[in-house]
Design a protein. Structure first.
Length: 506
């Protein structure tokens, strides 16, 4: 295996260690938090705190832009240009964060104080405090973006993994400490989250300054770099704004039509989605810097090959976790949360299908961004996001149930995925039909077969834990075998065999 291949493998291992530890901590944290806050306060936190997600337009926008430009310059091996790029990104984000906090605080307080959200009158002041703390968390995380981008571009996933574990442990400590407060716990929870964000921001900054010359702060904004980033960011911003409008627009519609309980349901669904996306996106995070560097150095064929491998890996990993969750949703939620709103299982099942589509979609993004021709795809994707919110409103107005939003989302995200991969066919001659035939069609069949076989074996057992274990083992075996036969090509099978043989010899 080549050095770059070993690097991808080691980084993937680091990221999955981070994931598994964070996953266990996250499950414990969520269960305690829902129990301590209760449905109403948990729904209020999801609604008001989630309202900040409108501002994550900027986080997502600058995170993608920073990662793309930093990795691109590393691939070109131009140290001066790299320093100029990093300094420009850091200074722009610091300036932007100041304006975002001032404007965001003013707008958010007006919205909450004027009862534009469905919040009980006696919880308005709590809502304002939650919003301000969430805004502080956002700003601190926003300022951390360039440092995280440098760490990922430099492929230092061991430190990135360590920071993820530290962040999860600190948040678990915050949730456990809530049990010692007798007054309004939501105040303490959001305030302490802001402290956690400050600690992690300092740790990211100190690590980068000590290890990477380009991360040392200088008051310098390179006009050429800023111009290139501005053009790129403009169209990324359009897509980010539309995506945020899609997510938060749906949250607000569910609140207005169905109340805070549905916001609590969506809060749980978002946590499930986050955990599953983390499970699949780690392999993408390990491969992404290599795709960008390969493209910027002129090795376009390797960047296309890595994109196809990433799509296959995403599909495989999502099915491994998706099938047991589909068949034993209620039992897993019982273990995880103990109590939850009755609508939660059906929302979770539909969200798993959405996760399957978005998981595979994530594979095309690194090459798509490296190419840089993003205007048409961003406009089409944004139009679909806006159409989705409008359709949800019409359906709710006509009396359709809340779950309609998830069903419509599955359709919209499938269309967006196909548009994204087809754009690569146009720009770099990516093998679109091969992607459909070797990834999409086989994985749909593998998912259906794996679900049916797992459900069959479950019929032999009545104990919930044994049923879940049987489901996981049987579906994993089926997915592994069928992926090897139907999805992997000869070269990929040889690489897999080489890895397995080395592991067995150890």
């Amino acid at each position: 295996m080549s050095h770059s291949g070993r690097k991808i493998l080691s980084n993937t291992i680091y990221l999955y260690i981070r994931l598994l530890i964070s996953l266990v901590i996250g499950i414990v944290t969520s269960r305690i938090l829902l129990s301590v806050l209760g449905f109403e306060d948990y729904g209020l936190f999801s609604l008001v705190g989630g309202f900040i997600a409108f501002l994550t337009i900027f986080t997502g926008l600058f995170a993608v832009t920073a990662s793309r430009f930093i990795a691109y310059e590393i691939g070109r091996e131009d140290e001066y240009r790299l320093k100029q790029t990093c300094s420009t990104i850091i200074n722009i984000i610091v300036i932007a964060s100041i304006f975002i906090f001032i404007i965001g605080a003013a707008i958010g307080i007006i919205i909450i104080k004027n009862r534009l959200l469905n919040i009980p009158e006696d919880r308005i002041n709590v809502g304002v405090f939650v919003y301000i703390c969430a805004l502080i968390v956002f700003v601190l995380n926003f300022i951390s973006v360039p440092y995280q981008a440098i760490i990922i571009a430099r492929e230092k996933m061991n430190f990135y993994a360590l920071m993820g574990i530290v962040d999860s442990l600190l948040k678990l400590g915050v949730v456990i400490s809530l049990q010692f407060f007798n007054t309004d716990r939501l105040y303490y929870y959001t305030g302490l989250l802001a402290v956690v964000s400050l600690v992690t921001r300092i740790m990211y900054g100190r690590y980068c300054v000590r290890n990477f010359v380009e991360s040392k702060w200088t008051w310098n904004i390179n006009k050429d770099v800023a111009k290139n980033m501005g053009s790129f960011s403009l169209w990324m911003g359009v897509g980010s704004a539309a995506g945020t409008f899609k997510d938060q627009g749906t949250t607000i519609l569910l609140n207005l039509f169905f109340g805070l309980i549905l916001n609590a349901v969506m809060g749980i669904v978002m946590q499930v989605n986050s955990l599953i996306n983390s499970f699949t996106s780690n392999i993408g995070m390990a491969i992404a810097p290599q795709i960008t560097k390969s493209y910027s150095s002129g090795d376009i064929e390797r960047s296309k090959l890595l994109t196809m491998i990433s799509a296959k890996a995403h599909g495989f990993l999502i099915l491994i976790i998706m099938i047991p969750f589909l068949l034993d949703t209620e039992y897993i939620l019982d273990i995880w949360l103990k109590s939850y709103p009755p609508q939660t299982p059906v929302f979770v099942r539909w969200s798993l299908c959405v996760c399957f589509v978005t998981g595979i979609s994530n594979a095309y993004i690194p090459l798509f961004l490296a190419v840089g021709r993003i205007k048409i795809v961003q406009v089409l994707g944004s139009a679909l996001c806006l159409a989705y919110v409008c359709l949800c409103y019409v359906c709710f107005k006509l009396g359709y149930p809340a779950i309609t939003s998830m069903q419509l989302l599955l359709i919209i995200m499938t269309i967006c995925m196909l548009i994204g991969f087809y754009s690569l066919k146009i720009s770099v001659a990516f093998p679109f039909m091969k992607f459909i035939i070797k990834v999409i069609v086989p994985y749909i069949a593998i998912g259906a077969i794996g679900t049916l076989i797992a459900a069959f074996f479950q019929t032999f057992f009545e104990t919930p834990l044994i049923r879940l274990t049987t489901c996981f083992v049987s579906s994993s075996i089926v997915v592994c075998l069928l992926t090897t036969i139907l999805v992997l090509d000869h070269k990929e099978r040889m690489i897999l065999n080489e890895i397995l043989i080395k592991k067995l010899r150890r």
